[in-house]
Design a protein around this ligand. Sequence first.
Ligand code: AMP
Length: 405
Amino acid sequence: MVNGLKGIKTIREFELNDKNVFLRLDLNVPLENGKISDETRITASLPTIQYALEKGAKLVMASHLGRPKAAGDKKYSLEPVANRLSELLKKEVILIEDPKSDAVKHLLKTMKKDQVILLENLRYEPGETENSEEFALALASYTQIYINDAFGASHRAHASIDALPRLIKDRGIGFLIEKEIKMLDQLMENPKRPYIAIMGGAKVSDKIDVIEKLMNVVDGFIIGGAMAYTFLKAKGLPVGRSLVEADKVSYAKEMMARIEARNKTVLLPVDHMVTTDIASNKATATRDQSIEENFMGVDIGPQTIKNYSTAIMGAATVFWNGPMGIFENPAYAEGTFAIAKALAESKGVKIVGGGDSAAAAEASGFADKMTHISTGGGASLEYLQGDRLPGLEVLRPKKTSEGLA
Ligand code: AMP
């Protein structure tokens, strides 16, 4: 049986009162001109933060934000996040510039109930991405209990995800990771049937490993986005100037044959929205499955929307990963949003991968109708394709010469 959480403690199992709790969160939100443009990751972190505070923990919260090249690069400061957290928690959030300084230890001694600590962007410190033990030791010097709730960062062996919990005996996960893993496990073990995976986005190559895994459990695939043109090319259809991964055409052909040999379906677009110039923001529908020379596919066509929506409505479980077109441009977003609408109307279990799929679900206005939208694009794909997430593995009990440590 798939149980990605086996042996891992949750925050419920610790006595938090008056303890220094290091809470690794994923507060890596998109910022536009210093303003948070999507606060999903902050709100998704609130249940664990609030639980820890209710239980009397002295909280040190930590996260990365973007990929700063130099320490202190203001563009990547967690200050806007600290301000928003302060509003949501109705507490003073004290942002500590240097997580290695003694300031944290001093503060923890004098901290009041209405105060919480947030460390500045962990990636200001090169030791974070280097998984440095020295950096981890500095963080450990004020940590009694370690809780990881940063699902979106758990596929990276960085210091706050891997080296730090190795040094702490009392370690576990928060509610967000628990929910994410339970949702993803549901997709691999005993899903309600029929079960369909919608695969879209730019590249087949990024999704091969996950398609290979899903092939064993789903009843069918729906293929959209630029990925579809590689499959159509594999069927010998003309795709004009559409994005195609030439070196994946034979894989696509072989993969379709394997899926069909198992009596499972692969739905491909039967018409497309095409343009000769992306910058024109105008697209027209093709009459059939082929795309004329000089045209490129930017979205699925109206008949395809109907076919895919019917298939979605007939499914009891749907996993959606990747947009149906260049959805960032409203002129080419109709297909992607129609898929989100069909999911919203379906009564089945509908789980949306992170990254672009989560952004598409948000932009469609139907996000609140999904069973679950993952907060981690890379992490959810890696987990589904069977990779071990360093951030989870480190929290499992290890067999040592003295027994279980
Ligand atoms: P991925 O990260 O692989 O899920 O790909 C997401 C990206 O695929 C988005 O930025 C979309 O704009 C892009 N995309 C989807 N459909 C197309 C298409 N028909 N042509 C070019 N790019 C596409």
